[in-house]
Design a binder for this molecule. Structure first.
Ligand SMILES: Nc1ncnc2c1ncn2[C@@H]1O[C@H](COP(=O)(O)OP(=O)(O)O)[C@@H](O)[C@H]1O
Ligand SMILES: [Mg+2]
Length: 329
């Protein structure tokens, strides 16, 4: 099983919607998917589950969320649950449900990260908590892939999530904020990767848990272009979009040999342009299903049927290219 994180330092780009739709598309292609909602805002869980279900999961004394599964380790009375609770969304999609309470773990995760350097046992248990949770969920659900959604910051929760990930996909928009986001995210990923390798060497011999490799290998970027972005003048859009290939190579791939970067059309690092699906998005939210599965019974009329088909094809191609990149190693 491979784990892919979707990550950028800029919020509101459509990242969570992207993870939601990709999960359904991979499932449509008969892959088994675990989705880990590691953003304490839990928007992804809100897309998968009815509010009532979510409310029940959050209220249970024995919480059936990600935080519930790791809580014994953080309250100091045990380790993470060996059988994390997986909310079955469909035959092939299992959700590790997000939880606002996860934000309370930030400080401990941050402190234990340093303590790994002292070879502290609990520090490794805590720092590898998400990776271990994902590994056991993947096994239990017999998943082929785990997709990880995180919030748009560079804090300890996200570091722990990225260490758990074999690959990372970076959604971005052609604007100043996304370019700046790349300049933050790229070097941060490089630092986390190196720092984790240093820590792995300090693992106490007596500690019998598997640690993740922390590869977080960049698979590429996805250009998001919904309405907020498209409403800006075309010139500004072109200005920013033309800067993406070089910035990605420099900041994320650390290529600084002075070689020139291709134009975005010829860039091997772009995985897709995702368009604005306009009215399909609110309809999908209303119908509790992905945009590409909307039917006339959900209110799709006339030209929207074409848009639904196009949307299906867009996500089909994106899922395919992601799998290809993974196969290439
Ligand atoms: N491709 C798209 N077309 C139209 N609207 C979109 C698209 N992607 C996301 N949105 C909308 O943009 C808003 C932010 O999306 P979200 O997935 O929560 O972003 P993020 O996780 O990056 O903060 C939501 O209201 C969502 O419905
Ligand atoms: Mg989000």
């Amino acid at each position: 099983m491979k784990t892919i994180a979707f990550f950028n330092n800029k919020g509101g780009l459509g990242k969570t919607s992207l993870v939601y739709h990709l999960a359904w598309m991979f499932a449509e292609q008969e892959y088994r998917i675990v989705v880990a909602d590691l953003d304490p805002q839990a928007n992804l869980s809100g897309m998968f589950l009815e509010e009532e279900t979510l409310a029940t999961l959050w209220q249970d004394a024995d919480k059936k969320t990600i935080d519930g599964s790791i809580a014994p380790l953080f309250t100091g009375i045990g380790d993470i649950s060996e059988q994390p609770y997986i909310e079955k969304i469909s035959e092939r999609i299992g959700l590790l449900t997000g939880d606002l309470a996860l934000s309370k773990r930030e400080d401990d995760l941050s402190g234990q990260w340093s303590k790994c350097m002292d070879g502290d046992e609990r520090a490794f248990r805590v720092t590898a908590a998400f990776a271990r949770l994902i590994a056991s969920a993947g096994k239990e659900f017999e998943a082929d892939l785990t997709l990880v959604d995180v919030g748009p910051n560079l804090g300890a929760i996200n570091r722990t999530a990225l260490i758990a990930s074999d690959y990372v996909v970076i959604p971005l928009a052609p604007d100043l904020f996304s370019l700046q986001g790349l300049r933050n995210v790229g070097p941060t990923l490089i630092t986390w990767r190196t720092a984790w390798k240093e820590r792995i060497k300090k693992k106490p011999k007596a500690l019998k848990i598997d640690l993740p490799k922390g590869e977080m290998k960049p698979l590429g970027y996805i250009v998001m272009r919904h309405s907020a972005i498209l409403s800006r003048p075309v010139k500004a859009y072109l200005n920013w979009i033309n800067k993406i290939p070089a910035e990605y190579r420099k900041s994320v791939l650390d290529i600084t040999d002075g070689s020139s970067s291709p134009s975005i059309e010829n860039d091997e690092n772009i995985l897709a342009h995702l368009k604005d699906y306009r009215s399909l998005m609110p309809m999908a939210q209303e119908a509790n299903k992905p945009m590409f599965m909307l039917k006339p019974a959900d209110g799709v009329i006339g030209g929207q049927q074409n848009a639904v088909r196009n949307c299906y094809e867009d996500f089909q191609s994106l899922a395919k290219i992601i799998l290809q990149r993974i196969d290439e190693g």
